[in-house]
Ligand binder design. Structure first.
Ligand code: NAD
Length: 436
């Protein structure tokens, strides 16, 4: 098939590349001229494991190309994906301006029937709005379909190529057939393509993300309680996770969720519930608890250093909101770095992939370290915010020799408490006893 993908970010680029990999011809459209130029030169604009191999192969074999011109990109396309941003607006609801603008632009340039697929995460009723915008100037027949994306950054290629399920909201038999054909190579093992009405598809994405955010937040509350009662959240996690009704995934306590999706999607669902006069109280609590959780370690650092961080040097391992991505949107690390800077500390940072994105925001306010031990050398404390594999078994001798004080604050519970005690570190993690 001939496909266009409008918006070439984490979702759009993975969608476009993976559909090219299954034999389609894909044109990716973006308004970011530099990004398009980079991709034309076979340079990846984002870090996503495994994507570069597919990206290069499909460009070389002529199935993947790039343009800044919408009309050129959608020419002859049977399917047009909208993978555009839906950031939170001022009131917390999803800002639809990018999607509706492209929908408006599509109307007059559609030359023949196409399925317009909304891949962005959008509130209930958006497909209707997109349809109306296109219809206002369309000369040809078209369908609008809701097809929310469930990929996780860091494992996006695998998630896309082998999805647990594909959700498609449409009541058009013609569009359903097109979507079935397109996804058939990805669901050969029998994973379902679940067809439903478009409103239910739109809500499914928010329900999934809000449920996952709630699951993490619940465990973070248990962790906070563990600290007060003297229990160990890791033991509790193993105890509850073995119950098949609960499951053992998404139960790791820590310093809260971040990223480009959970915070904005939970907020948007709470907001759109209010628009229907429904107070989704559970989500309000999830947001409040997560907000507190993100900077939970900060008062502990202040206490450890006798009331002030002024003049201290803090080493930070991990900036991305999770491992295996360079995405720093809503990353807990950034909230903490702001607190450290405001408290008068010098902050030395290291992340395997996210340094450049952080440098764009903080400039010379931070010290950027070429490797993890360069960050910890001569620092007063090490604080860990992202569970990158390379932080899991560090050389503790090098670490201890470099740090001025052998103390680690760990927002991701990477290390064993007894091992840290044996190694002579002070070790403060989340929902577990403090080693001092
Ligand atoms: P992103 O910010 O990484 O990428 C969006 C891209 O759209 C950018 O490259 C931007 O330049 C481009 N763009 C903006 N306006 C445009 C226009 N008028 N024409 C063409 N291109 C335009 O966003 P993302 O993370 O890929 O997310 C896209 C959508 O998918 C969002 O709704 C998000 O909630 C949803 N989603 C994201 C993820 C994820 O893990 N990132 C997962 C599932 C769903």
């Amino acid at each position: 098939m001939k496909i266009a993908v409008v918006g070439t970010g984490y979702v759009g680029l993975v969608t476009g590349t993976c559909f090219a990999e299954t034999g389609n011809h894909v044109t990716c459209v973006d308004i970011d001229v530099q990004k398009i130029e980079k991709m034309r030169n076979k340079q990846m604009p984002i870090f996503e494991p495994g994507l570069d191999l597919l990206f290069n192969r499909n460009i070389e074999q002529g199935r993947l190309d790039f343009t800044t011109e919408l009309a050129e990109g959608i020419k002859d396309a049977q399917v047009i994906f909208l993978a555009l941003p839906t950031p939170p607006g001022e009131d917390g609801s999803a800002d639809l301006q990018y999607i509706l603008k492209v929908a408006e632009d599509l109307g007059p340039i559609l030359e023949k029937y196409a399925v317009i697929v909304d891949k962005s995460t959008v509130p209930v009723g958006t497909a209707e709005k997109v349809r109306a915008k296109i219809q206002a100037n369309a000369k040809v027949d078209f369908d609008v379909v809701s097809n929310p994306e469930f990929l996780r950054e860091g494992v996006a290629v695998d998630d896309f190529m082998k999805p647990d399920r594909v959700v498609v909201g449409t009541q058009s038999a013609k569009a359903q057939k097109v979507m079935e054909l397109l996804y058939a190579p990805l669901v050969r093992q029998g994973n379902p393509v679940i067809f439903m009405d478009e409103k239910s598809a739109e809500l499914t994405k928010y329900a999934a993300n809000s449920f996952l955010a709630t699951k993490i937040t619940f465990m973070n509350e248990i962790a906070n309680l563990c600290e007060l009662v003297g229990a160990d959240v890791d033991a509790v996690r193993r105890g509850v996770g073995t119950d098949s009704r609960i499951g053992n995934r998404f139960l790791f306590a820590g310093i809260g969720y971040g990223g480009s999706c959970f915070p904005k999607d939970v907020q948007a669902l709470a907001k759109s519930s209010r628009e229907y006069d429904y107070n989704f109280e559970l989500l309000n609590s999830v947001m409040e608890v997560n907000h507190r959780q993100k900077t939970k370690l900060f008062p502990k650092l202040i206490e450890y250093f006798g009331g002030s961080l002024r003049g201290k040097t803090i080493a930070v391992w991990g900036l991305a909101f999770k491992p295996n991505t360079d995405d720093i949107r809503e990353a807990p690390a950034l909230y903490n770095i702001d607190e450290f800077l405001e408290a008068g500390a010098t902050v030395k940072v290291y992340d395997p992939e996210a340094m450049e994105n952080v440098r764009e925001i903080y400039g010379d306010k931070l010290v950027y370290s070429p490797h993890q031990y360069a960050a910890s050398d001569d620092a007063d404390a090490l604080v860990i915010f992202t569970e990158w594999p390379v932080f899991r078994t560090p050389d503790f001798d090098v670490l201890a020799k470099g740090l001025k004080n052998s103390v680690i604050f760990d927002g991701r519970n990477l290390y064993d408490l007894d091992a840290m005690a044996d190694l002579g570190f002070d070790y403060i993690s989340v929902g577990r006893a403090e080693v001092k």
